[in-house]
Design a protein. Structure first.
Ligand SMILES: *Cc1c(COP(=O)(O)O)cnc(C)c1O
Length: 373
């Protein structure tokens, strides 16, 4: 799905020099490169603060705790996401409450989210899935009306933007109380290992997060509370600082590739929406077919021709054994979407020739033409 090495030659010298520099200083834990990258990351997003953590899952867990979620508190989220989104709610002793999704954007449906609000609801956790911003106007309105915290899962949406209130372009992750990010290698800003970040504009949350990631201590060996060992590695921070300088161009390349895909596929599948008020970051390029049979047929054809493809996500979370205890009967939109979507290879260096081979193969799959090879 991603050619991890395609973009490496361009940054190799700089990356290797930065890593050597950390090796020579041996400031591996919370070295100055972490602080520097946090400042750069916050500034890029237009957030006041950023806190580097060990991975995107910890970013979620620490943000949920810092937002004050306590035992039994309900957090409304989408079932159409990676399990990190919901397992971290449970790990903070909260209860994930799944609402259905929007059939066009595959993101949390604010109307169904409102129906799921109870006296125990404390937060909403939207995911900007594939890099498509969730409906933040409605989500923020709900949060205000019901006094809820908002934690945005931006693991797939770094560089995606949303026009808040119809006129104010904001990066995803800067509209709610916290934005959480993953630097897993296959994300839009990928580390050479694991890494994560939380952004916030709230000074109290910021101070809480800094303590939480480092055993609850604000000063060495002084613990007002328990915390975790979840710090962003200095080596990863040094590498990410260099990659961050290229992210604008890489996002543009992703968007150009998506446009080419759209052009080739729009008559045979639902291609990703790009509404006026959203700028997509295309971590994944995902199309949707009329029915499961067509999707499965196309997928088989791609695989038979050794073209990478994947389903994000084949079994929605409310249908997983891990959540059987929640006793959720059905979220019909989500169940239809999980059975009809398919993601195609997406990374900035994907060539026109590769796009043509991939899209031709999708078309062949639909028309039941035997593989060329
Ligand atoms: C990748 C991902 C995460 C988890 O990030 P890690 O860095 O792998 O822990 C969380 N939420 C979503 C939506 C993701 O795609």
């Amino acid at each position: 799905m991603v050619d991890m090495l395609a973009g490496y030659p361009e940054i190799k010298d700089e990356v290797e020099a930065s890593v050597k520099n950390v090796f020579n200083k041996a400031n591996f834990i919370l070295g100055e490169e972490v602080n520097k990258f946090e400042k750069e990351f916050a500034s890029f997003n237009g957030a006041k603060y950023a806190v580097g953590v060990a991975n995107g899952t910890d970013a979620l867990r620490l943000a949920i705790i810092a937002c004050g979620i306590k035992k039994g508190d309900e957090v409304i989220t989408t079932p159409f996401t990676f399990i990190a989104t919901s397992e971290t709610i449970s790990q903070a002793q909260g209860v994930p409450v799944f609402a259905d999704i929007n059939p066009a954007t595959y993101n949390l449906d604010p109307e169904d989210a409102e129906r799921k609000i109870t006296s125990k609801t404390k937060a909403i956790l939207p995911v900007h899935l594939y890099g498509h911003p969730a409906e933040m106007d409605k989500i923020m309105e709900l949060a205000q009306k019901h006094n809820l915290k908002v934690i945005e899962d931006c693991a797939q949406s770094f560089t995606a933007k949303y026009k808040l209130g119809g006129n104010d372009w904001k990066y995803t992750g800067t509209m709610g109380n916290c934005g959480t990010y993953s630097f897993f290698p296959a994300k839009n800003l990928g580390a050479f290992g694991d890494g994560g970040m939380i952004t916030t504009n709230d000074e109290n949350i910021y101070n809480e997060l800094k303590a939480l990631r480092n055993h609850g201590s604000k000063e060495q060996y002084i613990h007002d509370m328990e915390g975790y060992n979840s710090r962003l590695d200095t080596v990863q921070a040094a590498i990410l600082s260099i990659k961050l300088k290229h992210i604008g161009k890489w996002t543009e390349q992703r968007n150009n590739i998506a446009e080419k895909y759209n052009l080739a596929l729009k008559n045979i599948a639902n291609v990703p929406l790009t509404p006026e008020n959203c700028k997509h970051s295309f971590n994944y390029y995902t199309i949707k077919f009329a029915d499961r049979e067509t999707r499965d047929k196309v997928q088989k054809h791609l695989s038979a021709n050794e073209i990478a493809n994947n389903i994000y996500y084949p079994i929605a979370l409310h249908r997983q054994k891990a959540y059987a205890h929640l006793g959720i009967k059905s979220l019909p939109v989500c169940e239809n979407v999980q059975n009809t979507v398919l993601s195609l290879p997406m990374y900035p260096e994907l060539s026109d020739e590769q796009i043509k081979i991939i899209t031709d193969c999708v078309k062949e799959g639909i028309h039941d033409i035997a593989a060329k090879k």
